[in-house]
Design a protein around this ligand. Structure first.
Ligand code: SF4
Ligand code: SF4
Length: 336
């Protein structure tokens, strides 16, 4: 294995105290150029069909290049300074009454709706805030993959260097959006949209947090929440999603203005829209999350701002006492 340490140049322009080695195994590299395309700070340049780290000192260790490389040919290692977050103070554990509340919400959602999996507590940790005591995974995951793992019981905290999807990582405020994603160019490259105008509109119409305003995403089963969530995500069948919408409207009768596109399902539609608007939203999933997780075709997603949860849980209990069992018993089905 030929591993070239391409970061031996001067470190004068390094944007942070932490510096990284970018090593490329040129024997396994296929020259696909994804590392060059996805690096948010243009560390790489393709030369004679192979990537060269021409600006290694700009690297800030996001590991987007390593996450995108189809042949796992890139290693990014901390060279100088501390690993991010090692010395950060830990957040206090949640008070017992909050732990009890979230367990009760989870139990109600599961029992009344008949959910197969746990609802997921989502926390976006603002830059500089204490971090909760939640494990950082060894592997890099896409944000949607972390949500799907949390619904099965895993608790996961991911700083930028554990996120594998540059789109979601930037949208959620952990990194800058790579130029080729911001311009729409890569969506055309991957045949996801018809032309550059459509790609740019898709990018412009979706919310996106300011770069580096969020230090980590935290996802846990709701019953095991380790920090205050901002959004609760539920993976549900359409009928279960319908009852959640009705629960939210039970006391007000309002209709929902839902915002879905099939692009950026988990980061935008399930998380960021409820987070930024304070309104419940639904998502039918997206190309990325359906291609990279075990989510089945008959499932969809609902993101509920945590402030709405008392209303949703109370409404759901009311509906569960009569309307839900009646509907599920098909009481208006005519005799065959
Ligand atoms: S770790 Fe991030 S900043 Fe560094 S070379 Fe890879 S993609 Fe670029
Ligand atoms: S993404 Fe990996 S395989 Fe593709 S050019 Fe970069 S190092 Fe080589």
């Amino acid at each position: 294995m030929t591993v070239i340490d391409q970061s031996a140049a001067t470190a004068a322009n390094t944007p942070s105290a932490v510096r990284y080695d970018v090593a490329i195994d040129l024997e396994s590299c296929t020259g696909c150029g994804l590392c060059e395309a996805f690096c948010p700070v243009d560390v790489f340049e393709m030369q004679s069909g192979l990537p060269v780290a021409v600006q290694p000192d700009l690297c800030w260790g996001c590991e987007t290049c390593a996450g995108q490389c189809p042949t796992t040919s890139i290693r990014v290692n901390c060279r100088e300074g501390a690993e991010p977050f090692v010395d950060r103070p830990k957040a206090n554990p949640l008070p017992a009454e909050k732990v009890g509340l979230y367990r009760e919400w989870s139990r109600t959602l599961k029992e009344v709706l008949g959910l197969r999996w746990s609802p997921v507590a989502i926390s976006l940790i603002p830059a500089g805030d204490p971090l909760p005591d939640v494990p950082v995974p060894e592997e890099r995951l896409r944000y949607c993959q972390s949500l799907m793992a949390a619904r099965r019981g895993r608790s996961i905290m991911m700083p930028a260097n554990r996120h594998a999807c540059p789109d979601g990582t930037a949208i959620l405020g952990l990194t800058e959006l790579p130029a080729k994603l911001a311009s729409g160019e890569l969506y055309i490259l991957f045949h996801k949209l018809h032309d550059i105008e459509a790609a740019q509109r898709m990018v412009l119409e979706r919310p996106c947090l300011e770069p580096r305003t969020i230090d980590a995403t935290v996802v846990t089963p709701l019953e095991n929440a380790a920090t205050e969530p901002q959004v609760i995500a539920v993976v549900a069948q359409p009928e279960q999603a319908m009852w959640l919408l009705m629960s939210s409207s039970y006391y007000s009768g309002h209709r929902h203005e839902l915002n879905a596109s099939g692009y950026n399902a988990q980061c935008v539609e399930t998380t960021l829209l409820p987070y930024t608007t304070g309104k419940l939203n639904v998502s039918f999933g997206c190309y990325g999350c359906r291609a990279s997780s075990d989510i089945s075709d008959d499932m969809m997603f609902i993101g509920i701002p945590v402030d709405q949860m008392p209303t949703v849980i109370s409404g759901l209990r009311e509906l569960g006492s009569r309307a839900i069992p009646q509907s599920r018993n098909k009481i208006y089905l005519p005799p065959m």
